[in-house]
Design a binder for this molecule. Sequence first.
Ligand SMILES: CC(C)(COP(=O)(O)OP(=O)(O)OC[C@H]1O[C@@H](n2cnc3c(N)ncnc32)[C@H](O)[C@@H]1OP(=O)(O)O)[C@@H](O)C(=O)NCCC(=O)NCCS
Length: 164
Amino acid sequence: MNLTHRPATLADAHLYFDWANDPITRQQSFSSDPISLETHTAWFSRKLADSTALLLVFENEAGEPVGQIRFERKPVADMPDEIIVGISVDTRFRGQGLASQVIAEGCDECRKQWGAITIHAYIKPDNQSSIRSFTKAGFTFSHESGKFGVSGQERPSLVFSKTL
Ligand SMILES: CC(C)(COP(=O)(O)OP(=O)(O)OC[C@H]1O[C@@H](n2cnc3c(N)ncnc32)[C@H](O)[C@@H]1OP(=O)(O)O)[C@@H](O)C(=O)NCCC(=O)NCCS
């Protein structure tokens, strides 16, 4: 499928809200509680204004939004210049292998913005479609990490990385 991408705008707030509250997306996120519209709207406006975040919406040839990818350059904890990627594909467009395309094209855009960098994806060990998608887009397994989630209650996440 031919996809195009564009930066997210405030007009995408509801779209992102629906995507964020998709049950599988919540289950595969490191904070799985449902998100309120109020919390989401504040978070989304903050991210759009943040020069260390890159939010891209991908659309198909009919102009329908099929998914999003987000890169964040914020130091989360132990790595001062780490870039973390997160992705979701709309439920209507899952199972078509689109995620690897979104990841590859998103990484190209990220490189244009931030130059040669290493990107990390934190993936729950049971998230096979995500592992497969990142691998197809050129990411390789780096290490296990307990950085996200409640310590002792979750299996460590798998960190996949790619240097652009
Ligand atoms: C993860 C996600 C983005 C993948 O989207 P997608 O493009 O629809 O993924 P697909 O279903 O096409 O699966 C991608 C690949 O994984 C493979 N796969 C899927 N389930 C699998 C399983 N249980 N075991 C092994 N491989 C599996 C598919 O066969 C496909 O491989 P192929 O392209 O070689 O055929 C999507 O499921 C999603 O939005 N999930 C919720 C949010 C999320 O989990 N984000 C990632 C957080 S790290």
